[in-house]
Design a protein around this ligand. Structure first.
Ligand SMILES: [Zn+2]
Length: 216
């Protein structure tokens, strides 16, 4: 899943208004932010196999340290404790952040073919929503619409940047999503990992949006 992770982060603002959208993005996408680093270090592996699913040609050969349930429990603990100790945001915020880190596993299990590990050594599970392009687009599209709607109702822009930064971000997410569906095949797993590193920019974008909006 791609924009669905951002969707739940947008929606989480309602549960934890003190947490910046950037931090919510970081939590919901922690698995996919760590993953390209591990692939480039040779610790995890991804390959390009056209036709492996209808939606994406990516074959997630091995990604137990970024994407297994047990690893994400560990990441959730470390991330939430780190955030809690540095920002002291309160219990609701910490629970929300931890739940977002774990939500990544749940949403990836829904979309991926059975390649998402439970433990480091497996078993690997997945409900294969990616076998249907319309199904994937409908589910992720509805999630994004709902998430952005909840975020808009939970915050208000305090200046023009608060509106512009939000809607350019939403537009950018949609363009990248569509480009991924119709774009050319990535040349290699390494190229995929380098491109995926750019996801960190979206975290920075989230902080920028949130600095120009206030909880209602
Ligand atoms: Zn993922």
């Amino acid at each position: 899943m791609f924009i669905g992770h951002f969707a739940v982060a947008f929606a989480a603002k309602k549960a934890a208004p003190v947490v910046s959208l950037g931090t919510l993005f970081l939590a919901a996408q922690l698995a996919d932010l760590v993953w390209p680093v591990l692939v480039l270090l040779g610790i995890e592996a991804v390959a390009v196999s056209p036709g492996i699913t209808a939606f994406t040609p990516l074959d997630f050969v091995s990604y137990p340290y970024s994407h297994s349930l047990v690893a994400l429990l560990g990441w959730a603990l470390v991330f939430t404790l780190g955030y809690g100790l540095t920002r002291r945001p309160g219990n609701a915020a910490m629970v929300t952040v931890a739940a977002l880190v774990l939500s990544h596993w749940v949403l990836d299990v829904v979309t991926h073919r059975p390649d998402v590990p439970v433990f480091i050594g497996g078993p690997r599970v997945g409900l294969s929503l990616w076998n249907s392009i319309p199904g994937t687009v409908i589910v992720e599209g509805l999630l994004l619409a709902a998430g952005v709607w909840i975020y808009c109702r939970s915050t208000r822009a305090i200046d023009r940047s608060g509106t512009i930064s939000l809607w350019t971000l939403v537009g950018f997410l949609i363009i990248v999503y569509v480009a991924n569906i119709f774009g050319p095949l990535p040349p290699s797993g390494t190229a995929v990992a380098w491109t995926a590193l750019s996801m960190w920019l979206l975290v920075a974008w989230g902080y920028w949006v949130d600095r120009h909006r206030r909880p209602r």
